[in-house]
Design a protein around this ligand. Structure first.
Ligand code: UT7
Length: 323
């Protein structure tokens, strides 16, 4: 059967770093509160002239280099973002132009912090159907642009960045020992749409709005939904938690990540953590964690990776990939 193989990974973080100490001068907060309640120490913030597409292009170029491919080899780009450059066109076509890809097609996906997982599952479906052979899948955000920098409940959490992967169609045996994407699960439940939202949007206010979150409620659902989806992806493949080399979670809160890891009986050595240095980069956090994991020499070829995310919508998702 056709499988989507991860040929390359890439990532990019803007130069400017905003520390917890910097935030102490902006809102009524403290380094110790932020570290204890979230696990975050610092985050990267895009320069005013730096757009989501700029971050995405850097990550895409890095992933192409890692895969020894060029933009012209790609059949499709899916870019997950909540913070597109413009209302139209899709940010993905700007990446398409920049990497010299003149064939195929490119589009954006919006599923907030689960955006990359939705993009990955969609690209995998295109590949397994035989429609395309090579896909560039990106999560990119300048989420700092929709943060209310006077709201201590949210402004300490987020950071900017982009991560990308290259997927390639290969014929495999169809067993759970195959390399590539083994299974994906996407979920959403619109009954919780108001718990994580913006104060406005294009249609409602003709603005982008800023983030509003009922943190405690989101936390409660995240712990429950992530454990559920992790067990479901294992069940789908007949693999067990012991088979998994690394958990590659969405990086929102260290306590959520620890909770999920404990439920799977994973020690910290089996969890890829970028949260202390990057904060929550929304759709970029999982591909950035993949990139970091590979670059730090933690993730090796053949490792089984369990990816999981939870975000506004609510949306949540899981995937098992043999790298
Ligand atoms: O990526 C999408 C998914 N997002 C998430 O998964 C985020 C989920 N939620 C969380 O990570 C946590 O709920 C937060 C980190 C957002 C908040 O942590 P918490 O332990 O749930 O705190 P809380 O909201 O219950 O607030 C506890 C106290 C409050 O004070 P009172 O009312 O008890 O006096 C807050 O006002 O902490 C206060 N507080 C702060 N204090 C210092 C809230 N934010 C801050 C802050 N600095 N930055």
């Amino acid at each position: 059967m056709l499988r989507s193989i991860l040929l390359g990974v890439g990532g990019y973080l803007p130069e400017k770093v905003l520390s917890n100490e910097d935030l102490e001068h902006m809102v009524d907060t403290s380094d110790s509160w932020i570290r204890e309640r979230t696990g975050i120490c610092r985050r990267h913030i895009a320069a005013p002239e730096e757009l989501t597409s700029d971050l995405a292009i850097r990550a895409a170029q890095e992933a192409l280099k890692h895969a020894h491919l060029s933009g012209a080899d790609m059949d499709m780009i899916i870019l997950a973002t909540t913070t597109p450059d413009d209302t139209l066109p899709a940010t993905a076509v700007k990446v398409q132009r920049a990497i010299g890809m003149t064939g195929g097609f490119a589009f954006d996906i919006q599923a907030v912090c689960s955006g990359f997982m939705y993009a990955l599952a969609t690209a995998d479906a295109y590949i397994r159907s035989g429609m395309i052979k090579k896909a560039l899948v990106i999560g990119a955000e300048t989420i700092s642009r929709i943060v209310d920098w006077t709201d201590r409940n949210t402004c300490v959490l987020f950071g900017d960045g982009a991560g990308a992967v290259i997927l390639s169609a290969e014929d495999k045996a169809g067993t759970n020992q195959d390399q590539g994407v083994l299974t994906t699960i996407l979920r959403s439940d619109g009954r919780y749409a108001d718990l994580l939202r913006t104060t406005g949007g294009v249609s409602r206010t003709q603005t982008a709005g800023t983030i509003l979150m009922e943190g405690r409620e989101v936390f409660r659902h995240a712990v429950q939904n992530l454990a559920e989806v992790a067990h479901q992806v294992l069940e789908n493949t007949g693999l067990s938690a012991e088979d998994v080399s690394f958990l590659v979670p969405h990086q929102a809160n260290a306590r959520i990540i620890d909770g999920t890891a404990k439920k799977l009986n994973f020690g910290p050595e089996r969890v890829i953590l970028t949260l202390p240095e990057q904060g929550n980069t929304s759709a970029a956090s999982i591909p950035l964690a993949l990139f970091e994991g590979v670059m730090r020499g933690q993730i090796h070829r053949g490792d089984l990776l369990l990816l999981e995310s939870m975000g506004g919508g609510f949306t949540w998702a899981g995937a098992l990939i043999r790298y």
